[in-house]
Every structure is written in C-alpha cells, then in structure tokens.
Design a protein around this ligand. Structure first.
Ligand code: HEM
Ligand code: HEM
Length: 237
C-alpha cells in the first residue's frame, strides 16, 4: 500500500506501535498474573486456565500479527524475499498461538460447565481467526508457493493488503469486546468499578486501540517519502 500518498513516513508510527505493544504486553501480564492469580494449562482453579486466553490473544496473536504486518516498514531495505518469509512465518506463529488461546477459553468453559459460543465476542473471535487462516492460505499460494503469475500478483496485492488490514482491525475490535466482557463479569461479581483493577483493564484496552491505530497507519503510509528535488519556485496561485 505504498502509494496511498499520505505525505508522512511510516517509520515514526512503527516506533509508536512498538512502544505501545510493549506497554500493552506488560499491562495484560500484570492483570492476569498479579490481579487474577496467574496462568496454568491444568489447575483446580479453572480461572487460571482462562487467564492464558487474554495473554495469548494479545501478545501471541495481535502483537505478533502486528509485527508481521509492519515488517515491510520496520526494515524497508530488507531483501524482499526475506521480508516476505518473515511476514508469512510471523503470521503463521500468530495464527497458531491465537488458535491455542481460543482453545484455552473453550477448555476453561468445558472444565467449568459453562456454555460455549454464546457471546458476540466469541462469534467475532471465531470469524476473525477463520478469516485470518484464509488470508494466510491465499497469501501463501499467491505470493510464495507456487506463486501466481506476475500480473495476477500485482492485481491481488492491494486486495491482500486491504483484506489483511480488515481482518487485523476485526481482531483488535474482538479483543476490545473481550476486555469489556471480562471486566463486566468481574464487576457484576462485586469488583470495585473505580478500583485499581478496573482502571488497569480499561487502560490496557485503550492502549490496544492506540496500538492498532498506529499499526494501520504504519501499513498505509509509505516507507519513503519523496523529497522535492532541487529549487522549486513557490507557485503564484
Ligand atoms: C482477537 C483476540 C480474541 C479472540 C479471537 C477471542 C476469541 C474468543 C472465543 C472464540 C471465545 C469463545 C470460547 C467458548 O465459547 O468456549 C472467547 C471467549 C472469551 N474471551 Fe476471547 N478472544 C480474544 C481476545 C480476548 C481478550 C483480550 C479478552 C480479555 C479478557 C477475552 C475475553 C474472553 C472471555 C471473557 C471469554 C468467555 C466468554 C465468552 O465466550 O464470550 N478475549 N474468546
Ligand atoms: C493472515 C495472514 C496475513 C495478513 C493479515 C497479511 C497482511 C498484510 C498487509 C496488511 C500487508 C500490507 C503491508 C504494507 O503495505 O506495509 C501485506 C503485504 C504483503 N503480504 Fe501479507 N498478510 C498475510 C499473509 C501473507 C502471506 C502468507 C504471504 C506470502 C508470502 C504474504 C505476502 C505479502 C506480500 C508480498 C505483501 C506486499 C509487501 C510489499 O508491499 O511489497 N502475506 N500483508
């Protein structure tokens, strides 16, 4: 999407995205480990199995997926084949960790006798990870192996970038709904609405929105902005 002509370079947005990703990762860990009691795959306290879900969905899926999207802008001078390979591997790891994070939410529900797939969050979540998998397979066969004809690649690329950003924004929205839903459950169970934990969760979700926005701008903005060449007289009108 290097031809969007925003007139700003992607680089500062990639810096902002990295800083916000680090903050979001620390905040979700502080929440799940310090406030919610920690992470486990097997435990008598089933809430610890749930806690793996937000951590993997944010750090494993959204943050890794964001790094995959931004790779062309973070290293604009990287050999194109290396950039493509890194892009597809990071997206593959993000998809696997995301799928495992969803499995943890199902396991928590099944082990605790809670129904599955009753919320908008869970429906959008299944839609997001499925579209992500489809996008990966289409990207792989078009741009990597066996690879489409050059003219088809050229016309598929803007659609790949557009659809990729659409699925990415859907993932960020789904995570927002997840934070809202979990905090609402906790508050219905008596958690102080103005307490430290409630602020922490809302603040994490805010950081994730700003993070998602900087990733989208970094993807849409060009890696290099053309500087005017030599002397250019100021136009009269
Ligand atoms: C893009 C990221 C995410 C995706 C794709 C996703 C997907 C899902 C799915 C498919 C379920 C259904 C599990 C079942 O029915 O057994 C679920 C459950 C749940 N998720 Fe997420 N999730 C994401 C991020 C988050 C985050 C960041 C939180 C924050 C705490 C969260 C909180 C919850 C909660 C509370 C449930 C249980 C209630 C329900 O089924 O709606 N999710 N998630
Ligand atoms: C779920 C998986 C994927 C998502 C969400 C995704 C998303 C994106 C996005 C948003 C862009 C635009 C980046 C920019 O213009 O700065 C892009 C570019 C690209 N992607 Fe993917 N992608 C995925 C998988 C793949 C796969 C498997 C391949 C196979 C090699 C691939 C190859 C490419 C190529 C060649 C570009 C163009 C880079 C350029 O501007 O030269 N993508 N992708």
């Amino acid at each position: 999407m290097a031809r969007a002509g925003l007139g700003v370079k992607a680089t500062p947005f990639t810096y902002a995205a990295h800083a916000l990703a680090a903050v979001a990762a620390v905040l979700v860990l502080v929440w799940c480990v310090h406030f919610r009691g920690g992470l486990a795959l097997e435990a008598p306290n089933k809430n610890l199995i749930f806690n793996v879900h937000p951590v993997l969905m944010l750090i494993g899926y959204i943050i890794l997926g964001s790094e995959a999207i931004m790779i062309y802008k973070v290293f604009p001078n990287l050999n194109h084949d290396t950039a493509k390979l890194t892009h597809l591997i990071l997206h593959a790891i993000a998809t696997v960790l995301g799928a495992f994070g969803i499995y943890c939410a199902f396991k928590f529900h099944n082990d605790s006798g809670i129904a599955n797939l009753y919320s908008l969050h869970s429906w959008l979540g299944i839609g997001t990870i499925s579209l992500y998998g489809i996008q990966w397979v289409f990207g792989f066969v078009t741009f990597f192996f066996p690879g489409a004809a050059p003219s088809l690649r050229r016309s598929a690329l803007p659609w790949h970038a557009l659809f990729g950003l659409f699925v990415y924004v859907l993932a960020v929205m789904t995570a927002e709904l997840g934070f809202l839903e979990k905090l609402t459950f906790l508050e219905s169970g008596g958690l102080d609405k103005y307490g430290a934990e409630a602020f922490l969760v809302n603040f994490t979700a805010l950081v994730v929105v700003l993070f998602g926005a900087s990733v989208v701008v970094a993807a849409v903005a060009p890696a290099h902005v053309e500087e005017p060449q030599g002397y250019a007289p100021i136009p009269v009108n």
